[in-house]
Design a protein around this ligand. Structure first.
Ligand SMILES: [Fe+2]
Length: 171
């Protein structure tokens, strides 16, 4: 029935918008958290990777605002309990590890990758939903962010496997 599918579509869009508000909050929260993680890192490569991602994150926030604009809405954030928890975990890793150790750096990588995986799941879903709703321009914008998150995750894995884990294991 046409009316039934119309109401289903609108609930689907509501869910999409809800997720968008969630990731908007999450990204804004990360802009505050990433400098602490970068400052806590000993490896210059790790600090540089986090700093690079901080700059990307600021652009990602603008992209979400562009998506809200395309939807004809004002950008709205809704507290993301998951990201709040992941950032708290990152902070406790900084508290529980010694400064200037590779063990701390390995811990920062764990925390960062958990964040990236959450974001990859969120953006992956948002892109799929946007495509399903025929919103190609929104899907394109969010795909750019999804690719950045995936690249960040890969570069963190490389950094861990190529040097940090080995040095941490030797400490
Ligand atoms: Fe992000």
């Amino acid at each position: 029935m046409a009316t039934q599918s119309k109401s289903k579509d609108s609930k689907f869009k509501e869910l999409f918008i809800d997720e968008l508000k969630d990731i908007y909050w999450a990204e804004k929260h990360l802009v505050k958290a990433l400098p602490k993680m970068s400052k806590g890192a000993t490896s210059k490569k790790l600090a540089d990777a986090i700093d690079k991602h901080l700059e990307e994150t600021k652009e990602q926030i603008k992209r979400i605002e562009d998506v809200f604009e395309i939807l004809g809405m004002k950008a709205q954030a809704k507290k993301c309990e998951a990201m709040d928890g992941l950032v708290k975990e990152a902070e406790s890793i900084l508290e529980d590890t010694e400064a200037e150790t590779m063990v701390r750096d390995a811990g920062i990588i764990i925390a960062s990758q958990k964040v990236e995986h959450y974001e990859i799941a969120s953006y992956g879903t948002l892109v799929a939903f946007a495509k399903k709703m025929g919103m190609g321009d929104i899907a394109d914008l969010l795909s750019k962010t999804l690719e950045e998150e995936k690249k960040t995750d890969v570069s963190l894995t490389k950094l861990a496997e190529s040097e940090i884990n080995e040095e941490a294991a030797a400490e």
